[in-house]
Design a protein around this ligand. Structure first.
Ligand SMILES: Nc1ncnc2c1ncn2[C@@H]1O[C@H](COP(=O)(O)OP(=O)(O)O)[C@@H](O)[C@H]1O
Ligand SMILES: O=C(CO)[C@@H](O)[C@H](O)[C@H](O)[C@H](O)COP(=O)(O)O
Length: 463
């Protein structure tokens, strides 16, 4: 089939990079692909840290783009990028030159830091208590860019002195594509760093300055849908000069992708993390675990963002692999996933209750998971796995109760992210416990959402 005007969407997730190509005539996806990044750093600079290798993320992004058939790439007229929010990466402006020279050498490693992700827990309660209170309706938690800067400034100042730019990983990718000397950031990603006032769209400069925060590092902020620049040179047959929008949050893009026509739906997204979200026009009452993040066109997303999603199941799988190896047996990870996913579906019968909050939650960072009701007959692999799956959904329900959804006029749920389509236990538990009809979308939603946003904001290119 011939396609004339396509939009490329890229989502730089915590576990994988995904691309999606949107056809401007049908506003449908014509191609999607994902590649695991395997970027986790096993010995981060702090025991509670969570860091990723930025070069590996770039290489996986390149690998994913390389896989897209070139006849599609030739038709790309605009690019939208989104990715994991809250995290921060530092770089020296020379990094962008290395990107365009096509070589990531040992030297490159010295001019870009690791990505300090949203899962980074080094800024503990005591440390956070010493920081100024943000002038914003949003609190700032550990793993948020500004708090990571505060922490590094106090304990590892050499990190800050090595670099002169910073942004989220998706901001760095956009900077590289457009050869930007200084990064730009959307309100969506700025708000995810903390110390950003969404009502007047500005960093809390005075407050940060009085706390000796290096405000000169902060990127300038623009509205979602603004062009960040244009592609500096032709890559993968995408033409030089193709417009590139400022990077967005993956959460906002997953909602954008799924709520194009329906207004009465909430989105449950489960990938590495998990969220329940719906759109609103105003900032309402804040509850523990429910926050209001900037969406598009001055509206907000009401979000219950859990730190416990697919990462918990990943941990469960890794534990089982460890037990198996401890008793001298071998099974590979993919095969184990396969078996767990295909365990029989009569799992409702179990009396075992798992509270799988193994990573804590932002509103309760020191409370972790538990098992309840262990008997002499329910310690089977099947019941443990299904207990973890169901517990994840129960945790989301606790953070965003059904009543809250009904009060907001929500009548259905759209399931997005790669975990829900693959996991029948989670799917069923969402239907049973939220007790609303569930529609499951495809897995590259956020990449599609990023493309959709770029399509809307550059629509003059597609007339
Ligand atoms: N082989 C597998 N089968 C089923 N699920 C998997 C498998 N490998 C990973 N997962 C799940 O997918 C999650 C990551 O989903 P992904 O969409 O790649 O995340 P992200 O958007 O955060 O990059 C993991 O945390 C894990 O729960
Ligand atoms: O933490 C929040 C919002 O506060 C998440 O919704 C946000 O989307 C972050 O980007 C995720 O935690 C990372 O997304 P993913 O890689 O798990 O898809």
């Amino acid at each position: 089939m011939d396609f004339e005007k396509l939009i490329l969407g890229i989502d730089v997730g915590t576990s994988s990079v995904k691309v999606s190509l949107l056809d401007s005539r049908t506003v449908k996806s014509v191609y999607a692909k994902s590649v695991l990044t395997k970027a986790k750093i096993n010995n981060p600079s702090h025991e509670k840290g969570d860091e990723q290798d930025v070069i590996k993320i770039f290489k996986s992004t390149q690998e994913c783009l390389e896989l897209v058939p070139r006849h599609f790439m030739k038709e790309v007229k605009a690019i939208g990028v989104c990715g994991q929010m809250h995290g921060i990466v530092f770089w020296d402006e020379r990094f962008i030159r290395h990107f365009w020279s096509g070589e990531f050498s040992i030297e490159t490693k010295k001019i870009v830091s690791n990505l300090y992700t949203w899962q980074d827990a080094r800024a503990d309660k005591q440390f956070l208590a010493k920081l100024p209170r943000p002038h914003s309706h949003l609190k700032a938690h550990s793993g948020y860019g500004c708090n990571t800067i505060f922490w590094l400034q106090e304990y590892q100042p050499e990190i800050l002195s090595n670099y002169n730019r910073c942004g989220t990983i998706q901001d760095l990718i956009v900077s590289a594509f457009c050869n930007l000397k200084t990064p730009v950031m959307s309100t969506q990603n700025a708000a995810s760093w903390g110390y950003f006032d969404t009502t007047d769209c500005s960093w809390n400069i005075d407050l940060l300055q009085s706390a000796h925060f290096p405000v000169n590092l902060l990127p300038s902020v623009v509205q979602p849908g603004t062009n960040a620049g244009s592609l500096y040179n032709t890559i993968y047959d995408i033409a030089k000069g193709t417009v590139v929008d400022v990077a967005l949050g993956d959460l906002q893009c997953s909602v954008m992708a799924t709520l194009t026509s329906v207004k009465d739906a909430a989105v449950i997204n489960i990938s590495t993390s998990a969220q329940v979200a719906f759109v609103t026009n105003y900032i309402g009452q804040q509850h523990d675990g429910v926050e209001y993040f900037p969406y598009f066109d001055n509206s907000y997303l009401v979000v219950a963002a859990s730190l416990n999603g697919g990462n918990v199941l990943d941990c469960f799988v890794k534990s089982v692999l460890g037990w198996v190896s401890d008793i001298g047996l071998i099974i590979n990870e993919d095969e184990l996933w396969n078996r767990l996913m295909n365990l029989s579906s009569d799992e409702e019968a179990t009396s075992l209750v798992v509270n799988p909050i193994i990573f804590g939650e932002r509103h309760n960072p020191t409370v972790f998971g538990s098992f309840v009701n262990i008997t002499n007959s329910n310690m089977t692999l099947k019941e443990l796995f299904s207990g973890f799956c169901k517990g994840l959904v129960q945790n989301l329900l606790k953070m965003m109760p059904r009543e809250m959804l009904l009060e907001a006029g929500i009548q259905r749920i759209i399931g997005s992210g790669s975990v829900i389509p693959k996991n029948h236990i989670i799917k069923k538990e969402i239907e049973n416990s939220f007790n609303l009809p569930l529609y499951v979308e495809n897995t590259e939603d956020s990449a599609f959402g990023a493309a959709l946003s770029a399509f809307k904001t550059n629509n003059f290119l597609f007339i």
